[in-house]
Design a protein around this ligand. Structure first.
Ligand code: ARG
Length: 278
């Protein structure tokens, strides 16, 4: 459990990364005219993959940040991205892909930003830039009634051999790999979707699932009657931010400028409050 703490500290350092952010390019209200250069370098000072469009990559099994309501992807991240797009005069387009494809997709320039309850980590900072943080998350452990794991200490006890469910490519996966699997205390199974990890817990394929707290709460609530619960001990506080290509610092500045306004005027908080009851 102690090792989690080291990681948290590393994460905390990343908060101040934001580039100088002064130049807020937001052409408020310049609703991208059909013209070809709506979002290109000219007027706005930044470029996007497709002119006039802010293209967001996410992985939508992560309520309340991103999830399906019928065919539509909704949630905190979608609303924040929409508010940013509005400020920048862009049309938002959201694409649901595997979580571990988001950073490569942003790096290659296919997507303008990755917004997916994504934690700022040192490893990811080598691959992409992160915007200012707009929310925090906490890693928690979901267990099943009558199962082997009843406390976080059970995961680290001498001779422990638990199977830990995680989502592929997430910080939960990394923690479980480093601190449990590499320490000889069990095995990590990773799943493309958080919902698949939770199914595996329900049918006994894994002994617990390590996941961010709000999605954990939402998924436990969505599986009422399945005997799932969240252990009390929280062990890693993380900052969520948007991932943006290192090649597009003008877009990073524009997004940070918009985000600063949306934080200052209470928009971000009201979006969080709408989805996260207190
Ligand atoms: N915060 C964790 C991470 O960055 C999990 C994020 C998973 N997000 C998602 N949309 N599935 O690794």
């Amino acid at each position: 459990m102690k090792k989690f703490v080291t990681l948290i500290l590393a994460l905390a350092l990343t908060l101040s990364l934001a580039a100088c952010g002064g130049n807020n390019a937001s052409p408020s209200g310049s609703a991208s005219s059909a013209g070809s250069d709506a979002a290109s370098s000219g007027e706005a000072g930044f470029t996007t993959a497709v002119d006039g469009v802010l293209s967001m990559a996410t992985e939508a099994t992560f309520p309340p940040y991103e999830y399906y309501d019928g065919d539509a992807i909704v949630g905190i991240d979608v609303e924040i991205a929409q508010a940013i797009a509005d400020k920048l005069g862009l049309e938002l387009q959201v694409t649901d892909i595997a979580f571990d494809s988001i950073i490569p997709g942003v790096q290659s320039g296919k997507y303008d930003l990755g917004l997916a309850g994504m934690t700022v980590t040192d490893e990811r900072l080598e691959q992409v830039n992160f915007s200012d943080s707009y929310a925090t998350g906490v890693q928690v452990v979901i267990v099943k009634e009558g199962g082997k794991v009843t406390s976080v200490d059970d995961l680290f006890a001498d001779g422990a051999s638990n199977v830990i469910g995680t989502q592929t490519g997430t910080t939960g996966f990394l923690y479980a790999t480093w601190d449990i699997q590499d320490a000889g205390l069990g095995e990590v199974k990773s799943f493309a979707k958080t919902t698949d990890a939770v199914e595996a817990l329900k049918n006994g394929q894994v002994d617990c699932v390590i996941l961010d707290n709000e999605p954990a709460k939402a998924l436990v609530a969505a599986n009422e009657g399945a005997g799932l619960s969240i252990l009390d001990t929280e062990y890693a506080v993380e900052d969520y931010a948007a991932a943006i290509s290192k090649d597009n610092t003008a877009l990073l500045e524009a997004i940070n400028g918009a985000l600063k306004e949306l934080i200052a005027d209470g928009t971000v908080q009201s979006i969080l409050d709408k989805y996260i009851g207190k």
